[in-house]
Write a protein that binds this ligand. Structure first.
Ligand SMILES: Cc1ncc(COP(=O)(O)O)c(C=O)c1O
Length: 362
C-alpha cells in the first residue's frame, strides 16, 4: 500500500549473525568473525591515542562539508577538495549515485554477481538493471558489458577488486573498455579494497581521473583503515559529477566524531602498509593450505578469499559457526558451493585450518 511497488519485491539487507548471538546460540567463549572483510588488526595507534583524548562538543551539528577531513584527504590524493564527496560508508554514496543518475526509462549495467547494493538501489530508483554474468574465472565480462550499453545507459558499475571474488580488472582491460563506451555514461569504479592491492597493480590514480572524466572512484575507511563501525566512505570524481552527488547528499551525513577519527587514520601510512603486507602473507599461507587439501579458490587482491568447497557451502558455514567462525556462504553471494572467508590474523587462520581439517577428516 505504501511506497514504490518495487519495495514489495526487494528485501532489506539481511546481515550475518552477530558475535553475541553466535556465542549464545552455540555456547562458545570465543568467536572469530571472518564474514565482512573488516581489518582483524583493528586500526592505527594514532586513532587509539585520539580515542583517549576526545575533546569534542557533540551538541552541535557536524560540518556537513567535512572541511578539515576534505582538505587533508585532497592534499594526500593531489586532487581539488571539491572532487571529493563523503558518505556514511561507500554504501551511502552508491545510493547518491543511483538517486542522482537513475530513474524510470534509464538503465544501468553491472556484473552478475557483484556487490549487491548497486542492483538494490538502482531498482528502487526504477531503472532497468542489466546484469552481465561474470566469466568462468569470476572476472567481469567487459565485452558483453559494453554491448549492453545503449542510449539510455546512465551508470556502469565496475567492482575492482570485486566482492565476492577478489578479482582485479587489469588496467589495460579497463582502459580498453573505457575507450569503447560513450563518455556521458558514468562509470563507477568501486575500489573498497584499493589499499590491499599490490602497488604495482593499482590503477594510475591521477592519470585515470584525468583521462576518463566520467569515472567515479569509491573508497572507504571501512576496510584496511579498520573503521567499519564509523561509516565513512568517499567518492573521487570530476567536480561536475561531485556537485550532482552533493545535491542528493543529506546535509549532515557524516558525524563530527567520525570525520575527526578519519583524519587521524590518514596520518598513519605505516599502519596501512604493514596491514597490507601482513594480510598478503597470511592470505598466501592460507592459499597454500587450501592447495594442500585440494580446494580451489578465486585469485584474490583483497583481505578475503572466495573458496570453492567440495561439499554444500551452507552446511560448511554452519559447521564453522558451531566452532566459533563466522564466514559468509557463497549461496547468498551468487556463487553456490563457495565460502567467502575474510583473512584474519595468523593465529585465527591457524585455528581455522584445524577446524577445516577436522571437517574434511570427519
Ligand atoms: C565492494 C564493496 N563496495 C562497497 C562496500 C561498502 O563499504 P562501506 O559502506 O563500509 O564503505 C563494501 C563492503 O563490504 C564492498 O565490499
Amino acid at each position: 500500500m505504501f511506497g514504490k511497488p518495487i519495495l514489495n519485491e526487494l528485501t532489506a539487507y539481511k546481515q550475518g549473525m552477530q558475535i553475541k548471538e553466535v556465542k549464545e546460540k552455540y555456547n562458545l567463549d570465543k568467536i572469530v568473525k571472518l564474514a565482512s572483510n573488516e581489518n582483524p588488526y583493528g586500526y592505527s595507534e594514532k586513532v587509539k591515542q585520539f580515542f583517549d583524548e576526545i575533546d569534542q562538543d557533540f551538541a552541535f551539528y557536524p560540518d556537513g562539508y567535512a572541511a578539515d577531513l576534505r582538505h587533508q584527504l585532497a592534499e594526500k590524493l593531489s586532487v581539488e577538495p571539491d572532487q571529493l564527496v563523503f558518505g556514511a560508508g561507500s554504501d551511502e554514496i552508491i545510493t547518491f549515485i543511483c538517486r542522482a543518475f537513475l530513474s524510470p526509462g534509464t538503465n544501468t549495467v553491472m556484473a552478475k554477481p557483484t556487490f549487491p547494493q548497486y542492483r538494490h538501489h538502482a531498482l528502487i530508483e526504477g531503472a532497468e538493471v542489466r546484469e552481465i554474468p561474470t566469466r568462468e574465472d569470476g572476472q567481469h565480462d567487459l565485452e558483453n558489458m559494453q554491448k549492453a550499453i545503449d542510449d539510455n545507459t546512465k551508470v556502469v558499475w565496475l567492482c575492482t577488486p570485486d566482492n565476492p571474488t577478489g578479482n582485479l580488472i587489469p588496467y589495460e582491460a579497463f582502459v580498453h573498455f573505457m575507450e569503447q563506451i560513450p563518455d556521458d555514461v558514468v562509470v563507477v569504479l568501486d575500489e573498497a579494497y584499493y589499499e590491499y592491492v599490490d602497488p604495482g597493480l593499482r590503477y594510475p590514480f591521477l592519470e585515470t581521473l584525468e583521462r576518463f572524466p566520467n569515472v567515479v572512484m569509491l573508497r572507504t575507511f571501512s576496510k584496511i583503515y579498520g573503521l567499519a563501525g564509523l561509516r565513512v566512505g568517499y567518492a573521487i570524481s570530476n567536480i561536475e559529477i561531485a556537485d550532482k552527488l552533493n545535491v542528493v547528499r543529506g546535509p549532515f551525513n557524516t558525524t563530527s566524531f567520525s570525520q575527526r577519527v578519519c583524519q587521524e587514520a590518514l596520518k598513519d601510512d605505516d599502519f596501512i602498509e604493514r596491514t597490507r603486507k601482513l594480510n598478503e602473507k597470511v592470505r598466501q599461507s592460507f592459499e597454500q593450505f587450501l592447495d594442500s587439501i585440494g580446494w580451489g579458490y578465486y585469485p584474490s587482491h583483497t583481505n578475503f578469499l572466495l573458496v570453492k568447497t567440495p561439499t554444500d557451502a551452507d552446511e560448511m558455514a554452519e559447521y564453522l559457526l558451531k566452532h566459533g567462525f563466522i564466514v559468509r556462504s557463497g549461496t547468498y553471494l551468487g556463487y553456490p558451493n563457495t565460502l567467502r572467508i575474510t583473512i584474519g590474523t595468523e593465529e585465527d587462520m591457524a585455528e581455522l585450518k584445524d577446524v577445516l581439517l577436522q571437517f574434511t577428516n570427519r
